[in-house]
Design a protein around this ligand. Structure first.
Ligand SMILES: Nc1ncnc2c1ncn2[C@@H]1O[C@H](COP(=O)(O)OP(=O)(O)OP(=O)(O)O)[C@@H](O)[C@H]1O
Ligand SMILES: [Mg+2]
Length: 560
């Protein structure tokens, strides 16, 4: 925003002391107001180290730091406190570690460590007699911590996971203490507790910051608001910017009430609305305003006007199914390209990542390069590679890489030691890995369970090979995935995200079905795999200009 500020932006930037709420729609220069306001405060004589600005992601915080350099100079920019809530928490706890009450230095547990601790507790305390989705247990604890609830304060329900998480919570906190550890949530919760309980520390930090600024305030949760309130000085020099209509982290405990009720949290707050959008043309904003206005939930009233003025109309098309839609999208992209548009300036957005698949496939058919934002490309996903490996072995039993990939997946008691032994045997008698498996009964020192597992695998593969002579490609593949236990492996896993991965395999099956319909009698499994491989390898050339595929969540703040 090396540009002239509009009057509303200037009002926010020039605001003196006291709480300030900048309410604005997307692309209206909210983040710009923060950076310019910081620069203005410095100009007026506030030392940079007395300014704390909080962004929502590490990427955003780093970007803000970058944007400050031309505004205030490198030296001053380096003294500013620019961070996320979590990185602020780390700095705070480093300085106040003694207040944590730990004997030594604290360690920070990442998500993996935290899940490990939950696993240990569930086992030790005998909280469940079956396999649990540990993530579901931990995320409950996390939400409670972020609501500021202690184990005793957690509301009682009789839903199984709630009950288990409630029992685990106290042990979990004790476990962290025993290991001198803080988890991710503690990075905000612990400073809040310390600031609440220790007046001396509170006074020290309050005196330190003359101004505090928070970006994307609509996404803050309860504890983060508490932190802001505890750090605010007597003058309440707190500036927050946000868009209540862009609150997208409700599922993570973000509380849009923080922005809706800002005037209650900070009495006498000045409110500035930014209603000029610098990103889009009028017709887009007309549709957006209209859609937002129909939302039934409580919101601040505001509109967005396009600085760029009129532009092409928004087109709405209704189509019978996802495949037709994907075809139309690929076709439109092709036309835009022919008109001279750069592919890098085109984005396809959708609500959930599942919807990307048909689009991916059609873009491949058209040979249009794309990148998937915030997700793994479908055909790079592990479960798909595993499923494809099975199909490859059916077509080509000598495909050793694929065979090794699936031999013990899902697990069938053919452990690493056994695989090692079989490999040595093959080398000694000059046999392929498949030939070794076929002879497994005659090989000494192979556990009976491994022999049984191998027998099942080989029979399933053989059955599939025969099936191809008469049955449809799709049903052969489906039967194979069932016979080898792949389907059960995904569907019966208690972890929801594992279950969802089966949908990706279903997608391969449907794509196989479409392939045989199109090709009729000429369609073979080998042909399908070749097409897949060619597509896969074609992708490795890095195209400079790529279409962006992204979920709406992941696209936030990007410009196309
Ligand atoms: N007064 C202005 N004149 C011209 N361009 C502007 C002005 N204010 C902002 N912009 C441009 O508008 C775009 C969006 O700015 P910014 O990222 O600060 O908006 P934002 O409200 O934070 O967006 P988001 O809602 O995505 O967080 C930028 O490209 C910026 O340069
Ligand atoms: Mg912004």
């Amino acid at each position: 925003m090396g540009v002239t500020l509009n009057p509303a932006q200037r009002e926010a930037v020039e605001h003196g002391d006291g709480p300030l709420l900048v309410l604005a729609g997307a692309g209206s220069g909210k983040t710009g107001v923060i950076t310019h306001r910081i620069a203005r405060l410095c100009e007026r004589g506030t030392p940079p180290q007395a300014i704390l600005a909080v962004s929502f992601t590490n990427k955003a915080a780093a970007e803000m730091a970058e944007r400050m350099i031309p505004l205030v100079g490198r030296q001053r920019a380096e003294k500013l406190w620019l961070s996320t809530f979590h990185s602020f928490g780390v700095r705070f706890l480093n300085e106040e570690s003694r207040a944590l009450g730990y004997p030594g230095r604290f360690v920070i547990f990442d998500q993996g460590d935290a899940l490990g601790l939950v696993r240990e507790i569930v086992r030790r305390e005998g909280l469940a007699d079956r396999k649990l989705d540990l993530y579901s247990v931990h995320s409950r604890i996390s939400i409670w911590k972020n609501r500021g609830l202690s184990p005793e304060q957690v509301p009682v329900t009789d839903f199984e996971y709630d009950v288990i998480a409630r029992e685990a919570y106290g042990h979990y906190q004790a476990g962290l203490r025993n290991m001198c550890a803080v988890d991710f949530d503690d990075l905000v919760c612990a400073p809040v507790n310390i600031l609440r309980e220790r007046e001396d520390i509170r006074e020290k930090w309050r005196a330190r910051f003359r101004y505090m600024l928070v970006d994307e305030f609509q996404d803050t949760n309860r504890v983060q608001l508490d932190l802001v309130r505890l750090l605010a000085n007597d003058r309440h020099n707190v500036t927050v910017v946000g868009d209540d209509d862009q609150s997208i982290y409700g599922w993570r405990g973000a509380d849009v009430g923080n922005i809706l009720d800002f005037e209650q949290h900070f009495r006498g707050a000045k409110i500035v609305k930014l209603e000029t959008n610098y990103r889009s043309h009028t017709p887009i904003l007309v549709v957006a305003n209209e859609a937002i206005a129909r939302s039934k939930r409580k919101r601040h009233d505001k509109v967005l006007r396009a600085f760029k003025g009129p532009g092409p109309k928004v087109k709405l098309t209704t189509l019978p199914d996802a495949e037709t839609e994907a075809k139309l999208i690929a076709q439109e992209v092709r036309e835009l390209e022919n008109e001279g548009q750069r592919l890098g300036s085109i984005a396809v957005l959708y609500r959930s990542n599942l919807q990307a698949r048909p689009v991916e496939e059609q873009l491949r058919v058209q040979g249009l390069p794309y990148r998937l934002f915030g997700g793994t490309k479908l055909f790079d996903k592990k479960e798909i590679k595993d499923a494809v490996a099975y199909l490859r072995v059916v077509v080509q039993p000598r495909d050793e890489l694929s065979l090794r990939r699936i031999v013990n997946y899902p697990t069938r008691q053919i452990g690493d030691t056994t695989v090692e032994r079989l490999t040595r045997y093959g080398r000694a008698y000059d046999l392929s890995f498949m030939q070794v498996l076929e002879r497994i009964d005659r090989i000494p020192d192979v556990p009976a369970a491994a022999k049984r597992g191998t027998g099942l695998l080989l029979r399933a593969l053989e059955k599939a090979r025969h099936g191809l002579e008469s049955g449809s490609l799709e049903s052969v593949a489906r039967t194979l995935f069932t016979d080898v236990g792949l389907e059960r492996h995904f569907r019966e896993d208690p972890n929801k995200s594992t279950q969802k991965r089966w949908h990706n395999i279903e997608y391969v099956l449907r794509s196989l079905e479409r392939f045989s319909k199109r090709g009729g009698k000429k369609a073979t499994l080998a042909g399908f795999l070749t097409r897949l491989t060619l597509d896969l390898s074609g992708e490795k050339e890095v195209a400079k200009e790529q279409i962006t595929l992204s979920s709406l969540h992941a696209s936030k703040g990007l410009e196309f």
